[in-house]
Design a protein around this ligand. Sequence first.
Ligand code: GRG
Length: 309
Amino acid sequence: MKNDTARFTDRLAATARDIETLLDRLLSPAVLSSETARPPRLVAAMRHAALDGGKRLRPFLVVETAALFDVDRAGALMAGAALELIHCYSLVHDDLPTMDNDDLRRGRPTVHKAFDDATAILAGDALLTLAFDVMARTEVHPDDAVRTALVLELARASGLGGMAGGQMLDLAAEGRFDNKRALGEKEIVTLQAMKTGALIRFACNAGAILGKADTTTRANIARYGSAIGQAFQVADDLLDVEGDAKTLGKAAGKDAAAGKATLVAALGVDGARDRLNELVAEASAALASFGEKSDTLRAAARFIAERKA
Ligand code: GRG
C-alpha cells in the first residue's frame, strides 16, 4: 500500500493536470456572452502567466479540504482554478520592475519580459477579474449562498486586508516610501500572514465553505490553513537563503540582498527551522477530529515545510 507521501504526490499531480485543463479552457480566445472581444495579445500574456507551470498547491488545498466533506470534486476544482488565477495575477504584478523586478518565473521569462510592462499589468488585472467571474459561476456550487461566501472571502483574502495589503507592508518594510525600519517578529508574522498566508488560508476555508462545515469545524480548518500558510512563507524564506536558482526557477538570495523582513532575518536559520517544525505540528493537531481522512492534508503540511522549489 502506498504511504501518505506517495499518495500525496500522486494526488497533487492529478489536481495539477485537472487545473491545467480547466485553466486552458477558461483562458480560451473564444469570446463569452457579455464580452465584446478577447484581444489576442492579452490572451497570450494571460496564458503565459497561468499555463504550463506551478505546483498548483492552492487548488490542491481547496480540493483536498473539500474532500473532507465529500464535496463534488468538479466544483472544488473550479473554485481552485479561480484561486489559482488570483495567485498567477499576483506573481505577474510582483515580478514587474516597479515591484520585485524579476526576469525569471517558473523557469521561464516573466510576463513583462516575454511581452512588455503595460501588457503584464493588464494581464494581471484581467486574471484578477476573471477569478471572480469564475468563482461566481454555478459550476462551483449550485447554492447561491455558498458562492457568495466564496466570492466575499476571496475578495478579503486577496485585497486590502489580505494579499495586496501584505505586499504594501512588504514594500514599506524595504524602505521604499520612508526610512527603512527593521520589523519585529510579530510584525513580520502579520505581514506574511497577509502577503502569502491569506490565499493559502482561503484555499482551506474554501473547502470548508463548499462543504457547509459547522463553526467549530470551520475554526479547525482555518487553524490548519493559518499554520501551513505561515509554514509556506518560512520555507520560502529559507529557500531564498539555501536554495539555488536552477531548482527554484527564479532568482535566489534576493531577500537578503534587499534586506527584506523575513523570519530567517529575525530568528536565524536554526530558529526558522524550529518554527517550521512547530507549524507542521500545529497544522497536524488542527486536523485531529478528521482522523485518517486528513492524512493527505497532513502530508501536504510536511511537503510545504520540506519543499525545494
Ligand atoms: C502584487 C498584489 C500583489 C501581491 C504579490 C504573492 C505575492 C504578493 C508575491 C509573490 C512573492 C513571492 C515569491 C512570495 C513568496 C511566496 C510565494 C507566493 C511563492 C510562489 O508561490 P508558489 O511556490 O508558486 O506556490 P508556483 O509557481 O508553484 O505557483
